[in-house]
Design a protein around this ligand. Structure first.
Ligand code: NAI
Length: 513
């Protein structure tokens, strides 16, 4: 039993759920709670919005019935369980309250202060805040133990992930009650630390930031970067995703995390995105972001026309086991030369994966200058685009020779400028770093990856990448990037460095909480 809160009743369906704020999130959360069987009391200072929200929930449930996902009786019962309440006092009987009003510490604190005068001592109070400190929100409460973050994702009825966030004073039993309740609601809850961005909004930052840095360096246009990232198995490239999220929202999240970490270079916002926000190019919702939408729509990250039958290279020697195996599988003759390390020599060109050094600066075997670097590849047989960059002094046909080689693997190349860490390698290395930092803060590796799959749609989650490629590769990449840019942005998390030294993996259980 909690010291100052009886949480035992909250898991029962007959406990009324109060929701404050009938906007985007409050409406979705009301639907989820009602479908899960709770009586829902929905309050908004703008009363007509509550009725409108209930109307939209009704429409959505109707569509769910038409699609056979819900019976008509269950839908009718769910809608009947939602009551519009005209004042905060109407939440008096709630066992759980979820606050989803505007993102403002002062306003939220004021609402919770009033709420404490209304609800019973047993009620659990939560905020759906995406960026405010749970500790700071709880600070002005009389009973701080009963308060926690309950962070749903948009749209709440569809997104399974819920981050449960403790403040410094949250009672552990309250957190466990919320966890059990979210499972009853059909959600996938994870415990997230009370740090700016919690798990998803923090770990996902490099997915956008690295792409913006590569763009800012003038190394590649947006469509090329998107294609390279899609080629690594992500459902969308970073620029098309930012356009979908909205640059106002995405920029605000980055800025919040940056400011809340006292200006940590890892989260430095991009002036390029700031310009888009300033001009009103907010993405899909405004008809233009990095791409154009509507009548003059551009093809987002479209694939190139299929290449002609590739020419058989004259001579291939390789010390890269994975690439060698893939090329042999494609019917090419490859001379095994392990002394080349990760290098492959193809018709006089020295080819290797980026290690965080640019192609022009990279030392190739025998001091060759015809160097081409390729991006990080998880599985050569998966198809898709691969970013490549040639050294500035390489012969003019260097990229064409590599493009021809990769065509044998069903891979097309995205030619980019000589940017350190190319596109996928530097992005994934930074995602791995963020994932490692979350584990160091006590989040289980499985929960970090689950959160990134469900909350950010990453098919291969950060710590899965790390286990598949090896921590040592990412530590080397990050060290070289930090050296290259002389910037703490790419610094290696101490945990990741230790894992590289010991060869441990995130998902073997020994680092999981
Ligand atoms: P919204 O602007 O769509 O809705 C906020 C609602 O709160 C409005 O209907 C407004 O009338 C009402 N409201 C404002 N002050 C109030 C008060 N004192 N008492 C009662 N109602 C009041 O906002 P949205 O997007 O639903 O966000 C709500 C919260 O959820 C914010 O804390 C936000 O950070 C968080 N969040 C938002 C996500 C999103 O994608 N929109 C995702 C996850 C969390």
């Amino acid at each position: 039993m909690a010291a100052d809160t009886d949480t035992s009743a909250t898991g029962r369906h007959d406990v009324p759920v109060g929701i404050i704020g009938a906007g985007t999130m409050g409406e979705g959360i009301a639907q989820v709670a009602a479908v899960a069987g709770h009586q829902v009391q929905l309050f908004d200072t703008n009363a007509p919005l509550v009725q409108a929200a209930i109307g939209r929930i009704e429409q959505r449930l109707k569509r769910a019935v038409e699609k056979g996902r819900l019976t008509a009786t269950a839908a009718a019962a769910a809608i009947a369980r939602i009551d519009a309440v005209g004042a905060l006092a109407g939440l008096a009987g709630a066992g759980l309250v979820v606050e989803a009003i505007k993102e403002d510490l002062g306003v939220k604190r004021e609402v919770f202060a009033q709420l404490e005068e209304v609800v019973g001592d047993d009620a659990i109070l939560t905020s759906n805040t995406s960026s405010l400190s749970i500790t700071a929100l709880a600070a002005t409460l009389r009973r701080k133990g009963r308060f926690a973050g309950l962070h749903f994702f948009n749209p709440a009825p569809l997104m399974a992930l819920v981050e449960i966030v403790p403040g410094l004073d949250s009672n552990p039993e309250v957190l466990d009650t919320l966890h059990a309740l979210m499972r009853q609601w059909g959600k996938s809850p994870v415990y997230a630390p009370c740090v700016p961005g919690f798990i998803v909004n923090r770990v996902a930052r490099p997915f956008y930031a690295e792409a913006l840095e590569v763009l800012g360096e003038g190394a590649a246009p947006v469509a090329a970067i998107d294609r390279a990232i899609r080629g690594a198995g992500y459902a969308m490239g970073p620029f098309e995703l930012m356009d979908m999220i909205g640059h106002d929202v995405n920029f605000a999240v980055t800025s919040t995390v940056f400011n809340a970490t006292f200006g940590d270079a890892r989260y430095r916002p991009s002036p390029i995105q700031q310009e888009l926000v300033a001009s009103g190019r907010l993405g899909r919702k405004s008809g233009r972001g990095f791409y154009r939408y509507g009548d003059n729509a551009e093809d987002v990250a479209s694939a190139p026309a299929a290449a002609a039958q590739p020419r058989r290279p004259e001579r291939i020697e390789s010390g890269d086991t994975a690439l060698r195996t893939a090329l042999r599988g494609a019917g090419l003759e490859v001379i095994e030369r392990d002394e080349l390390g990760g290098w492959t020599l193809v018709d006089g060109i020295a080819l290797a994966m980026t290690d965080g050094t640019g192609a022009t600066l990279r030392q190739a075997p025998d001091g060759r200058s015809d160097v081409v670097l390729h991006d990080l590849v998880l599985d050569w047989s998966a198809g898709g685009a691969v970013a490549v960059a040639a050294a500035e002094v390489a012969r003019p046909d260097a990229l064409a020779i590599v493009a021809n080689l990769f065509a044998w693997l069903g891979r097309d190349v995205v030619s980019v400028g000589d940017v350190a860490g190319l596109v996928v390698a530097r992005t994934v290395a930074m995602l791995v770093a963020e994932g490692a930092e979350a584990v160091a803060r006590g989040v289980a590796a499985g929960e970090v990856d689950l959160a990134m799959r469900l909350g950010a749609g990453h098919r291969t989650a950060p710590l899965q990448w790390c286990d598949a490629i090896g921590a040592a590769t990412f530590v080397n990449l990050l060290d070289k990037l930090e050296d290259h840019y002389r910037d703490t942005r790419h610094r290696v998390p101490p945990l990741l460095r230790r894992m590289a030294a010991t060869g441990r993996r995130f998902h073997t259980g020994d680092t999981e909480r």
